[in-house]
Design a protein around this ligand. Structure first.
Ligand code: TYD
Length: 393
């Protein structure tokens, strides 16, 4: 049975940053509700938006905007080379090449449906197909040669049709092939009250126990897991075909299942409690912003993330509370955040004499950002975050 546990209110499309000339146009909005499936433990958003409305030639997100991610991709690329020695790799959701560029061109194929972004890697002579990942495409590209490694980071949970996602992977993968997939993980999301992991693109936030149930249907299983710090707590799953009995399951798989069940990721009640904490987080954030405003503090936002879209619209925050955001992404700069319509300025190092408090939209890159803005903090500048609790740092 699928039951709702969280209502995040009316939300626009998270990555639809608004140009000035379109400010008065009506934005399309949808009710963002989060559901739990008690049969397979899958957590998903209720409303699934048409893919081409989200992933098209205007897509602004760039993986290479953070050094944390660039380094993480470099590290896993080295590990993959050593551990699996693949001859033919497919990356699903290759974005601007942060992973792709770590391999020789002949060995790797990128799949990136956002044409504006696929162009970036194509220009660098990395073969990139600007189509959605489907069974049809998988068949076409692996007709002669199946992939011995498929990699996908922060992408598979964006595709609502599980049959297409994992059915296509099963088709494209060789008998002994390995799928390495990673993305934000449900346990840290629930533990840290990071409800902003839910937005239109994040159709699912996977847990190990839910993923096991899904993969089984497509003849796949997890044999190893690595928990990562990226994106506020991610899991990297190493997956093989069930029919391949040469690779043994690592102990960590059983440990993760035990850990998730102990926390209650298989129980609806856990998610109802999470929802209560989320509503408290909303109240606390509104209260603190009100107080700052009353004390005439200048508050801005750092990192105009898709996650911020959820927070701002759920808490009904606009430019009355947060003056503007700063961001390094060229396609976001000089636009407005969807829904809240807060302006996004080009990133400039924070100056204490210009700003008092900075809302961490990109809280998942807190360490990288704090390092960059050491001076601001040293001079008494404060950051405001809602993860894991609303507080000033
Ligand atoms: P991210 O947290 O990856 O994403 P999402 O949109 O999926 O919620 O996005 C990070 C954003 O923060 C991205 O727009 C780039 C920006 N950013 C900066 O402006 N400066 C920084 O130092 C870092 C690390 C990120």
């Amino acid at each position: 049975m699928i039951k709702k546990f969280l209502d995040l209110g009316l939300q626009p499309l998270a990555n639809s940053y608004i140009k000035e000339k379109d400010l008065n146009k009506r934005e399309s909005k949808f009710r963002l509700e989060v559901m739990f499936n008690s049969k397979n433990y899958l957590v998903s958003i209720n409303k699934k938006i048409a893919t081409n409305k989200m992933f098209n030639s205007d897509y602004p997100y760039r993986s290479s905007q953070s050094n944390t991610m660039k380094n993480s991709f470099k590290k896993i690329a080295e590990e993959i080379k050593k551990r699996f020695k693949p001859e033919f790799i497919i990356e699903i959701g290759s974005n601007d090449g942060a992973f792709l560029f770590n391999f020789r061109r002949q060995k790797i194929l990128g799949i990136e449906p956002c044409k504006n972004i696929a162009k970036i890697t194509t220009k660098k002579k990395y073969k990139t197909i600007d189509e959605y990942w489907t069974k049809k495409l998988a068949k076409k590209i692996t007709k002669k040669n199946k992939a011995d490694l498929i990699y996908s980071a922060n992408t598979l949970s964006h595709i609502k049709n599980l049959e297409e996602t994992f059915g296509a992977i099963n088709l494209a993968l060789s008998k002994r092939g390995v799928l390495v997939m990673e993305g934000p993980s449900l346990l840290p999301c629930v533990k840290n009250n990071s409800y902003d992991q839910f937005y239109c693109e994040h159709v699912y936030v996977f847990s190990t126990i839910s993923l096991i149930n899904i993969l089984k249907k497509y003849g796949l299983e997890i044999f190893d897991i690595k928990n990562l710090k990226t994106h506020g707590g991610s899991s990297r799953y190493f997956i093989k075909k069930i029919s391949n009995i040469e690779i043994k399951k690592k102990k960590i798989v059983f440990q993760e299942i035990k850990k998730e069940k102990k926390y209650g990721l298989n129980r609806f009640k856990t998610f109802k409690n999470f929802a209560k904490r989320v509503n408290k987080s909303k109240k606390d954030l509104i209260t603190i912003l009100k107080k700052l405003k009353k004390n005439k503090k200048k508050v801005i936002g750092y990192g105009a993330t898709a996650k911020s879209c959820t927070v701002l619209n759920f808490c009904k925050i606009n430019s009355n509370q947060i003056d503007y955001f700063i961001d390094t992404t060229p396609d976001k700069v000089n636009k407005f955040l969807p829904g809240s319509k807060i302006f996004i300025k080009k990133y400039k190092k924070l100056q204490k004499n210009q700003v008092d408090v900075v809302f961490l939209g990109a809280w998942n890159f807190k360490d990288e950002i704090f390092k960059k803005e050491k001076l601001f903090r040293k001079k008494g500048g404060k950051f405001l975050t809602h993860v894991p609790k609303v507080r000033l740092i």
